[in-house]
Each structure stands twice: as C-alpha cells, then as structure tokens.
Design a binder for this molecule. Sequence first.
Ligand SMILES: Nc1ncnc2c1ncn2[C@@H]1O[C@H](COP(=O)(O)OP(=O)(O)OP(=O)(O)O)[C@@H](O)[C@H]1O
Ligand SMILES: [Mg+2]
Length: 449
Amino acid sequence: MQSRILVIDDDAVACEFLQEALSREGYDVVTYTSALEALGQDLSRYDLLMSDIRMPGMDGLQLLGEVQKNWPNLPVILMTAYGSLETTMEAISLGAWDYISKPFSPDDCRAIVKKVLEVRELREKRLNLQPEESAGPKFIGSSATMVDFYKQIARVADSPASVLIEGESGTGKELTARSLHNMSSRRTKQFVVVHCGAIPDNLLESELFGYEKGSFTGADHQHIGLLESAQGGTIFLDEITEMSTALQGKLLRFMQNGEVRRIGGHEVRYVAVRVLAAANKNIDEEVRQNRFRLDLLYRFIVRLRIPSLREHKEDIPLLIEAMLKKFGYPGVRISVEAMELLMAYEWPGNVRELENILQQTLLLSPFVVILPENLPQRFQRQQESRENGGLMDMTPLEEAEKNKILQILQETSWNQSKAAQILGIDRKTLRLKIRRYGLLDGKIPGINL
Ligand SMILES: Nc1ncnc2c1ncn2[C@@H]1O[C@H](COP(=O)(O)OP(=O)(O)OP(=O)(O)O)[C@@H](O)[C@H]1O
Ligand SMILES: [Mg+2]
C-alpha cells in the first residue's frame, strides 16, 4: 500500500519541492504551510510526518510535542534550516525519529524517508508496543559525532535486541546502558549491573544463575540469581570480556533461549531479560585469541561504538560547563589559555578523565578563574612543548585559507554547516581544516573570558 506522508513547511516552495521529490517515489504526499492547520485533522491516517522546525505560529518542536501526545506512533522527521545542532538534539530527545539538514537533495530526502518507513514497519510488527516516552539520555554534547550516536541509541533502545557497547574507558558505556534501559518500555522494571571484572568467576556464576541450598559448601540457603531477579528488565554485563569461556558458554545458553538453571538445581526456568554488555577491550581481538567465544559475540544483535572524547573535542566546553554546575561551581570560569590546553589534550581517559581533572583542579584552585598553572602537571608539560615550536609552518596560501575560514566561522557564529556551505566545501573537510589550523583551540563558546 502507498505510504502517506504529511509535509509541513511554512515555505510553499519547500512544500512543492518535497511533494515533487516524494510523489515521484510513489508516496502519497499532502502538504501544509502551517502546523496549526495540519493539526486540525486526524493525523493517524499518515505513515510519516516531515516538518520544518522554524515556522511562524507553531514551530516544529511544539508540533512534535502535540504529535507525541496524540499520535505517539507517528514517525517525525524534522528539517533543520540552519543545521542548529542544539535544536536537533532537543528534537531527538523529544522523540523525533530523525532529522535532515537543509538544503538537501531529492535523493537525500527519499533516502531518509525510506529508512524511517522501514524502521516504522519493523516496529509495527512488534506486539504490545508501548508508546515511547522520552526519558532522554543524560549525555552532554551537541557535536555531529554525538548526535549520530544518540540517534543510534534512540533507534535500538526500545527493542529486545541484545546490545554490545564498545568504547574506551570513561566514554560512557554505563551511561549508554542506562539510557538504553530508560528509553525502553522496560524502564519500570529492574536494571541490574554486574561488574564481571570485579567478581571471581565461580562467584560470578552463582551471582548470575543463583544456587540451591546445599549445592556447595557454604550454600546454606537458596539464592536467586541476578538473571532471575531481573525478569522483564535489563541486565548490564560490564566488562564482559573478563568472563571465563566456561561461563560464557552458560551465558550463551541463556541468551539463546532464556534458560536459567540454578547451580545444584535441576529445574530449568525461563526468564525474559534483555542483555546489554560492555567491553573496553577490542572484542574481535579477544575472539582471535580464543578468549571470547565467537558464538556468544554473535548473540549480540547490535554493536554500539561510543566515540572517544578526542573524536568530539568540540563538546569539551559544553561538558565542562555542565560539570561545573554538577559539582556546584557554576560561577567558575576557565581562562582562554587553560581551555586551549584542555582542547589540545588527547584525553585517553575520555569524559571520566575530564571529570577527574576538573574536580581535582577545583579542589586545589581557590580562584574563580582557572588558569593553565592550576591544571595538573601533565598539562604544564604539554604547554612547554607547544611553546618550543609546536606551531605549524604555513605557506601564505594556507595562511589566507585559515583566515578566511576563521572569518566565515565568526560570521556564522561557528555554525559549521552554514560556514561549510558559504565556503563551498563539505562539513567533513571544514572540520578537518578547523582541526589542522587549530581554530578550535582559542574558541570557547559560552565560557570565553
Ligand atoms: N557524553 C557524556 N556526557 C556527560 N557525561 C558523560 C558522558 N560520557 C561519560 N560521562 C560521564 O563520565 C563518567 C564515566 O562514564 P561511564 O561510567 O558511563 O563510562 P564507562 O565507559 O563505563 O567507563 P569505564 O570504562 O571506566 O567503566 C560518568 O560520570 C558519566 O556520567
Ligand atoms: Mg564502566
């Protein structure tokens, strides 16, 4: 059957463009130039809604709110005119399924529509689907890298699929697991965390599967395992690579058919628990070394990789701002020079390291402004090496390019998609150049002194 798409954009030309692009693909398209007008009808007859964000009267986010309230299963794609990532983030956390940045080509638009309709179809097939309430993740960061990651989270959150979360230490693996649980219809049920690396293997087995009284010395009462007690909820197996291969085998049987047999027991019980796991080791390498079972790896339907902090350094100022508030120092400011050092650092310990450094610095520095000398020792060394000729030699052409890029970025208030458009290069190239010329180093949105 033909899918019906509702398009809302205050710009009649944009409506026409979408009508043309989508009906060519065989969709049945209806357009409105006002959100209020469109809301006057029963939207349940549509399969998809595409809406502009900035519109007079009711804007796209308000519209999204109304749609969530009245037609929670209607997928919404928002069109962002100025690629404003913060609005986009908000939209995603409010329940938008996806977004597309203007200007886009007919092909871009058809691709995103096709993808969303496919996901919708998959969802419709699932029974007892609870309308999604958006208990959005408490992630900080509005970089394109992180927005992409949030979208992946949102897509798999309310599915029974087991998820393997991969990421360096301190990137937010536990945070991701909690978000997946909180954004799923299991959120009212238990979320159980098991730190596989911290518990000896035999103990881990009895913790997970439980035991019957008398099954081993010291088992003087029956013990219900974590898998059983998480019935209907989510279990998060942190550092799953630390589990012995024998126990991995037992976990595999559980993941295949929900079978749980307590140690020393004969009865087999079936429990429905969603399994999430995290690994900060390279799990494919663990498989090659025969330390992790390939058949168990295959039981993880989805693999989510969290970007390391150095892949989205542009979020550092925002993260710091949020952390200062969280730690109770909302008035503290980071000096330009200190921020430069923080931005230049590689962050092997990721967000957790940033948190630690900030806490340490706040405790040791009595001032309202944090200066380079207040930062831990390793930042001082970095500063020296930079002063000893760390700066790159540039040709006059490169110099001119750098200045032009900086000027456009300033004119667009650092809106990278807009700047890239004006400069006639793609966003990826722009990001590369920003990094190459160190343009972000002196830029501290909101925290500049
Ligand atoms: N994007 C983010 N926004 C806000 N806070 C974050 C983000 N990523 C991580 N954190 C915070 O950083 C800390 C570390 O996160 P978490 O414990 O989830 O990381 P992890 O990957 O499990 O680390 P480890 O490998 O050390 O166990 C937590 O305090 C978490 O709230
Ligand atoms: Mg962790």
